[in-house]
Ligand binder design. Sequence first.
Ligand code: ATP
Ligand code: MG
Length: 409
Amino acid sequence: MRIYKVGGAVRDRLLGKPVTDIDWVVVGATTEEMLAKGFRPVGADFPVFLHPKSGEEYALARTERKSGRGYGGFTFHASPEVTLEEDLIRRDLTINAMAEDDQQNLTDPYHGQRDLEARLLRHVSPAFAEDPLRVLRVARFAARYATLGFTVAPETLALMRQLSESGELEALTPERSWKEISRALMEDQPQVFLEVLRACGALKVLMPEVDALFGVPQPPAHHPEIDTGAHTLSVLQQAALHKQPLTVRWACLLHDLGKGLTPEDEWPRHIAHEFKGLKLIKAVNERFKVPKDCQELALLVGEYHTHGHRALELKPSTLLELLQSFDIYRRPQRFEEFIAACEMDARGRKGLEERSYPQADYLRGAATAARSVAVQPLLEKGFKGPELGEEIKRERLKALKAYKEATSV
Ligand code: ATP
Ligand code: MG
């Protein structure tokens, strides 16, 4: 049997990037031989094994044929006769279809190295169209390598467009889609992921609510970039620049969805877009079975981001309602993430990226003031049940009034 490094490990070594996980392909071996060497099988369907010591993935060279819709609709053929070239041709991009032996000799039948130099994301063969997930993968790689100058080859973008128009994207499971979306959002240039999806028509299929924001104007006085889609991408870019976690990035992407519902005769204003957007945010959350923390923050940021921006003008009672809605007493981290999302929203405006955001510290101070109300003395005074709740609220309101007075000049 011959063993080769494949995929990301080869690509990233040639790019001079750190290699995190290594995928291996094994040519000329049978399942029995692998088991005899102590490899552990991963699943029943795939001829993939884990190395007994390193735990890295070793796959038998295989060919694939599409036999139906969706990811289940694949027939695999693995046997000792399958060549390295035959295994590599079923892969998505030429830069991912190179293999390397233990002497670092490169096998590169589909010119991945040439495309690395040309900074091109290009599909290996027409079989690319057999798995719609590749549309998302290419967009994700575009986001990851945008800084290095990579773009999607025009003929690959054309294939991605065909796939998007064919309805195949709808066959993707929420789990597979979310895995790509969440990884793409964590790249350095997550906005490129969305730009590429939009350019091939996939965004309209996957997240029509986001796609609808392009071409929707906002008031130039607050939003010099005007276009709501452009604004959304800038907010995401700021979130990446400021190393925000996935929850914040997801909330940034969805915070303005309500603006896509504004009747044209109301443009460029978007009255109550925060509230109107909630059902759209919920729909996107459910479509991809998004993790609960991301879902929650997206809904809260959608509803309250304008409150965040207007923090310094809010009445103490409104401020208290805001803090209560976030349950800042038990969920301090979530309120921090809300503040971060609001700040990214403010910075995601053309020419205002560097402007300070005093609302952030003001909100933190308000949360501290509300939290400083101690419950024990109220218990000692004899309050209990709903009365106790009311009294705590009154005390918190007092604390916020004092905070507002102390901080105003
Ligand atoms: P990463 O750095 O994100 O791990 P990677 O290229 O190693 O990048 P993996 O998902 O680990 O990506 O997959 C390993 C290799 O398997 C890829 O480089 C590619 O050759 C192939 N591959 C993975 N998923 C697909 C797919 N859906 N279609 C075609 N080829 C795929
Ligand atoms: Mg990998």
